[in-house]
Ligand binder design. Structure first.
Ligand SMILES: Nc1ncnc2c1ncn2[C@@H]1O[C@H](COP(=O)(O)OP(=O)(O)OP(=O)(O)O)[C@@H](O)[C@H]1O
Ligand SMILES: [Mg+2]
Length: 454
């Protein structure tokens, strides 16, 4: 992967951020550990120094300084590499025993650099000074071991740090390039989709990880999108195709009128016909726009609780007379002892049932029986509208919901073929399932709403 791209990749940045965090924690813990060990060592050396001081000063008995001088010389002989320094001075400043030149330090603890008394540069000595009888004894220990410890700690932490950083960058780059490959697949798919290849889908690894889940969601969205685009394409073609006929009729009527007018004949009839045809085209567009408006979902904000057992009887009353005019019988069946609330828009629901009832009246033919039923099934409120007409063949059950689609046998009846499309749009808006069944004989349209309220 290109270094610049690698640096831009989120997983790599995350790996780096974690590495940085880890390094900080590592340095902090190293610093604390080192200081604790250093403190402990210094305390130990201080107590050794004090012990040396006391061992030597205890040899002072009966005001005899000679034992102290001997003890000091013995310890000087035993010390190697100037690890310890000793200085025994008489009250007048004469050096009685020492492995360093004269040195002036206050009583108690002090620190001096080795260079101060002309020995090994680079080490410091922690010194304890005090009186022994009339004389003065100085004992010191150098910090060589703590220095060595410091070097070891710094070196080992340094190496560990290098390994951590190398591992973080290496692992980060590896993880980043893997994640990047999968993100590239997503980008590639989206690029293909934006160039019109709606069937493109993101390949899934089947690991079930977050990227797989995200890809799955995108794929589902793409599937919906392509179905929606496909149905839009279908709808536009259907509309263009179906509107050609009435427009041709209108043009022919106007042409007839033109010819008649050229011959000086009256054209009143043709113009009236043209007006009716233009009116029908206008109605078709109105209905198409209405469906589109319902499908946009804007009406959903005005939804309220509607009791279907209140809405349906008044509709039945209105249409019973119309049915009787067509020599048909209209029944209403309501077998509910409980509430039939649904969440919805009263005007749209009325429009939907009007369309369905008008279909039965129009397509079932004279003498047919029509029955509207309302019942509750589990968590759903069901309605079914059944007629004893010729029905719709099973293989046409989905087609009739398409815009402008009419069965061949209905071409002679008035209508645009948009009634059931509007019904479907309203049912979808209400979250209701709609399906057709064979009522043997006749058609049954069933609607199942999610039950709302108590
Ligand atoms: N109850 C029914 N019995 C038999 N056929 C029906 C019935 N309802 C609908 N159909 C068929 O389904 C087709 C589509 O119905 P739809 O309601 O969409 O259009 P339409 O009734 O012809 O016209 P309109 O737009 O005026 O409603 C109808 O043309 C008819 O062929
Ligand atoms: Mg209809």
């Amino acid at each position: 992967m290109h270094p610049l791209r690698l640096f831009r990749s989120t997983p790599f940045r995350l790996a780096l951020a974690f590495a940085l965090l880890f390094v900080c924690a590592f340095l902090l813990s190293g610093f604390v550990t080192f200081n604790l060990i250093k403190k402990e060592l210094e305390a130990r050396y201080d107590s050794q120094t004090k012990e040396l001081f006391q061992v030597i000063s205890q040899t002072y008995g009966d005001s005899d300084i000679q034992d102290v001088i001997d003890a000091t010389r013995m310890h000087i002989a035993a010390t190697s590499n100037m690890r310890n320094i000793f200085l025994l001075q008489s009250a007048n400043g004469a050096i009685l025993a020492a492995n360093i030149p004269a040195l002036s330090v206050p009583d108690g603890w002090s620190i001096r650099q080795g260079a101060d008394f002309g020995i090994r540069v680079g080490f410091a000595y922690r010194i304890y000074a005090g009186s022994v009888g009339p004389d003065r004894l100085i004992v010191g220990t150098n910090n060589e071991e703590t220095n060595e410890l410091q070097e070891i700690v710094v070196a080992s932490f340094g190496w560990a740090l290098l390994v951590v950083i190398a591992l973080a960058i290496g692992a980060g780059a590896l993880i980043a390039s893997r994640a990047q490959r999968r993100l590239d697949a997503v980008r590639d798919t989206m690029g293909r989709v934006s160039h019109g290849e709606l069937a493109a889908r993101i390949p899934l690894l089947g690991k079930g990880d977050d990227l797989d889940l995200l890809s799955l969601d995108i794929n589902v969205a793409l599937e919906r999108l392509s179905l929606a685009v496909e149905s839009m394409r279908q709808v536009s073609t259907d509309i263009a195709h179906d509107l050609k006929t009435p427009l041709n009729h209108l043009r022919m009527t106007l042409e007839d009128a033109g010819l008649k007018q050229a011959r000086g004949e009256p054209v009143g009839l043709e113009l009236e016909l043209a007006m009716t045809e233009a009116g029908q085209i206008d109605e078709t567009f109105e209905a198409l726009l209405r469906i589109a408006q319902i499908e946009s979902g804007a009406r959903k904000s005005g939804f309220c609780l509607i009791e279907l057992s209140d809405v349906l009887p008044s509709l039945v009353d209105v249409y019973r007379e119309v049915a009787e005019d067509s020599d048909q019988k209209f029944f209403f069946n309501s077998e509910v002892g409980e509430s039939t609330f649904v969440s919805g828009d009263r005007e749209l629901l009325t429009q939907m049932y009007s369309n369905l009832i008008e279909n039965s009246i129009r397509h079932a033919g004279a003498g047919a029986g029509i029955r509207l039923s309302l019942f509750v099934q589990g968590d759903s409120v069901h309605t079914s509208l059944e007629d004893s007409g010729p029905g719709i063949p099973k293989d046409e059950h989905t087609n009739v919901f398409r815009r402008l689609y009419r069965l061949e046998k209905s071409r002679t009846t008035p209508g645009t073929g948009l009634g059931l499309s509007l019904v479907k749009a309203i049912a979808d808006l209400h979250g209701a399932a709609i399906w057709l069944e064979d009522a043997a004989p006749g058609l049954r349209v069933v609607l199942a709403y999610p039950r709302a309220g108590k």
